[in-house]
Design a protein. Sequence first.
Lengths: 180, 194, 577
Amino acid sequence: MITAIAIMALGAVVLGAALGYASIKFKVEGDPLVEKIEAILPQTQCGQCGYPGCRPYAEAINKGEADINLCPPGGAEGVQRLADLLGREVKPLDAEEKPKAIAFIDEQTCIGCTLCIQACPVDAIVGAAKQMHTIVPELCTGCELCVPPCPVECISMEPIGENLDNWKWKYPVIELKKVA
Amino acid sequence: MTHYLFILLGAVLVNNVVLVKILGLCPFMGVSKKLETAFGMGAATTFVLTVATGASYVIDHYLLMPFGLEYLRTLSFIVTIAAIVQLTEMVIQKTSPVLHQVLGIYLPLITTNCAVLGVPLLNVANGNDFVESLLFGAGSAIGFSLVLVLFAGIRERIEGADVPVHFRGVAIAMITAGLMSLAFMGFAGLDKYQ
Amino acid sequence: MLQLFKFKGGVKPQTNKTQSVGEPIGVAPLPSRLFVPLHQSIGGTPRPLVAAGERVLKGQLIGGADGWISAAVHAPTSGTVRAVAEHVAAHPSGLTTLSVEIEPDGRDEWIERTPIDHGALAPERVRERLREAGVVGLGGAVFPTHGKLTASKTVPMEELVINGAECEPYITCDDLLMRERAEEIVRGVGVFRDLLQPKRVLIGIEDNKPEAVAALQAAAAKLGENFAVVAVPTRYPAGGAKQLIRVLTGKEVPSTKRSTDLGVQCFNVATAYTAWRAVAHGEPVVSRIVTLTGNVERPRNWEALLGTPLAEFVALGGPKPDTDGYLMGGPMMGFAMPTMDAPLVKATNCIIASSPALFPPKAPEMPCIRCGECAKVCPHELQPFELYWFARAKNFGKTQEYHIFDCIECGCCSFVCPSRIPLVQYFRFAKSEIWAREKEKNAADQAKARFEWKTAREEREKAEKAEKLAKAAAAQAAKKAAEAAAAAAGEAAPAPAAAEAATNVPAATNPPLDAEAAKKAAIAAALERARAQRAAVEPKNVDRLTPAQQKDIAEVDARRQQAGIEAPPTAPEESQP
């Protein structure tokens, strides 16, 4: 009986020492995975996930605090890619998926308050105090963060329709034979 | 010498740990969706299994048997395996964080992988000596990795196939595994020429 | 005799070229309206230079090239601009593009044309002229020609390949052009030759066009040019640039490289023709030869103005009653024109009227049986069945592993597929999805960079503000402490103000009750001043200034102080008693 306990204790001490040494030797600093997660996120910095930007959301996913289906701009496809990267189950998006849109300032109504300029996370709004503002469409990510601060409600989200630049060949569909 | 070769080859093909002995099915179904994760899991399991067979042989012969403590075999094997798995996990986390994240829960689960416990126990049951134990362990591990990678390759292609709706996912994977198992039965004929 | 090489794969479809070569090139009558899209070539979209109501002359610039890789667009005839608006494009999507609508006045009046002597001008000027004249590759890719006419600095230019292969069935526009205007083609090739200085010039023509070969040989001989006019075996797609280069030079262009890296450049014969017109006649590209064939009464080649609506163009051929659509391009690579309003553009080499008899509807797609026929015929040695498998499963990463971007969409695989799978459509789908993703990724990266900049800027501004506030507070505290010290020294009375102001100074925690305490307060104030001074020096980029700059700064500070804009950094000194 005593031998058994001694042997098991010996084993425990040896293994414990080995593991303890390894945990110091192979200590991981930082987390390169966050970068990979962040690369998938659309970088709209919209905060619709409940985190103040894409990076904090990526960190939260990495820590397991946040689910992978909270990013509406990333869409179902973003969820799919996150699931692939992290080996998690694909979940339906936790919000409605909206068509891609960019902000548009009605220049007649704009009073030049600069509130939207401060709200824009990517500096896509040009203007100065008491001057008319406008959106640089190429830079707008469609995060909608500029819409609520506007005191005169002159900002609207204009969906980007299909045009020759973003037109895509469609998935070939097998046409069913018409039954005449 | 040929004796060792037969042990190795037999463990890889004839007595394949997954498809013939039906051990270690959990990672076989769980981590075979992508080829690269299958490679990672195969490598991790190969390492753990080989080291575990060696370590358990040493423990069994020099610690347990001299004191007549064979009844502690399962317990001490599991403890050893758990420690080795922990070690492997730390190494992988350091060297390949993505693989670590992708393997996810399956990596610590190598601890409870029945193949990893089963092979050392089979070693004891077969009365293998140290070299035989190591070869049997390595062979089983290579066999495991082999079928895992084969299976992952097949599953990647099945992704693109027109599988009837009700068979999609795990169902078709099970059927595939069954067919692979049948195919591996064919290796049983190898021992005719032993 | 030049040794010819072979390219892998390829097919031999029915050529169907004889129908449209019976008659010479006809000049299409002026249409009632022209819709000239501004974006007709690869590269930047030209800016519109005219407004509605303006009168334009034939050859007048209506769209200025935007960026170096972009080609100008000109009015195809004289008339009045009716609108600069969105109009349906010659594109499979049927979407619109910014176009200039011109109502011809019937006079077809040219703008002043100035020929140039390309031999006497610097090569840059010649390239500039081609860019202004809107000369683009007329073989189908519509890449601005001037962009291809700069010889590589590292690789010596060995061969100039001129593409007159015209391998697609039905199309005969290059054939007729070579027969009738061989001399101008040869002269145009001469311009390219002078710009690129290749060791030899090879003109490749499929051997089913003996008249064109003879005409070009005669023209080259007449002009004393040593161009090798070579008949190459008829096999689709011998007219693909990489295939023709392979056949004529034996060089195989790797997927990661361009032909110029191997010292080869390739142009279409029609491009050479338009280049010559632009150089020697000052005529920009306003028309092109278009084959009108298929299910029409009078198949023929027409020299048609760019922007001619499809409906008016096809009327020239008299479409048969059972015509059910029009293809732009050949039957292998072409696409169905979306509407009858779509205009002819620089890329339009052929219009084929289709009918159920001519192009019977395809039988339904069957499963892939992995027979490998597609891999046998693929001129780029890809594995279409693998590409198909992954494109269908939307596994785009895998399609890229199988080199989907080497696919030239020639249609050989679809042509031979026994299961009638529209392989090329799957590849186009996968390619455009991958492109879209790439674009999104770039946009996301840009957004991220901008977001990080903005965050960094805000942090910096915050820090600067805090520093300024601290400085002002310190100055205030020092001032009060000094005042208190002075008061204490004079009256030897408690100075609660000093204690209050300098609460962060340890010496001032005890209320100064006598002169000694006042002295302490004075010391504390001095310490505080020193600290404030240190803080004042802190702003970066002022530590290595020349005396002149320092003087300037001092002056500015003085002015600011006078204007009372901000607390001057020298405030503590002034408060000294």
